[in-house]
Design a protein around this ligand. Structure first.
Ligand code: IMP
Ligand code: MG
Length: 175
């Protein structure tokens, strides 16, 4: 089976929207420091573009977990493969995700993070596929784009570890 990628959200649109979200976060956290946590590897491109545009003091950390194998269907099993380097107790934490699909990954991460007693905990995602949500209890604070149920790549998102470096969000089409 071979695949092609069709542009879905252009680089210009993605970056304009990231600027809007960064402005909102900077305004809402004015006078405070924010600790942004990126979920590897998908959130890295989004996290950089967001962080560059924040005007408040920022610290950063990363963690890695996965709920997907090499295919396109969530297995619902979350594995934490790299924990945070720093404690988050008392910090204003924003978890940064590439995409929220079933919500299984975030459901698990939110439970882990809440136990560590941050001062506040919010969620920020580049993409959201609300129609696929299993964890309906998850509230997303900052969403760049809500999308239909397409399998998307680019801007950090992969298919079989490929296409993360595309500067736009694309849809994978299979022949
Ligand atoms: P969830 O646990 O089902 O919400 O899945 C979240 C993770 O699955 C994301 O962080 C992505 O790594 C991956 N994922 C979900 N949908 C897509 C997609 O359309 N393209 C690429 N990766 C996806
Ligand atoms: Mg992934």
């Amino acid at each position: 089976m071979s695949e092609r990628v069709r542009e879905y959200i252009s680089q210009e649109k993605v970056e304009a929207r990231i600027q809007e979200i960064a402005d909102r976060i900077s305004a809402e956290y004015a006078g405070r420091q924010v600790h942004i946590i990126g979920i590897l590897k998908g959130s890295v491109f989004f996290m950089c573009e967001l962080a560059k545009r924040l005007t408040i003091p920022v610290t950063m950390d990363f963690m890695s977990c996965s709920s997907y194998g090499s295919g396109t269907v969530s297995k619902g099993v979350v594995k934490l493969s790299k924990d945070l380097d720093e404690p988050i107790e008392g910090k204003n934490v924003i978890l940064v995700e590439d995409i929220i699909d079933s919500g299984n990954t975030l459901g698990y991460l939110l439970e882990q993070m809440t136990m560590r007693k941050p001062a506040s905990l919010k969620l920020c995602t580049l993409l959201d596929k609300p129609s696929r949500r299993i964890r309906k209890d998850i509230k997303v604070d900052y969403t760049c784009f809500e999308i239909e149920d397409y399998f998307v790549v680019g801007y950090g998102l992969d298919y079989d570890q490929k296409y993360r470096n595309l500067p736009y969000v694309g849809i994978v089409e299979f022949d």
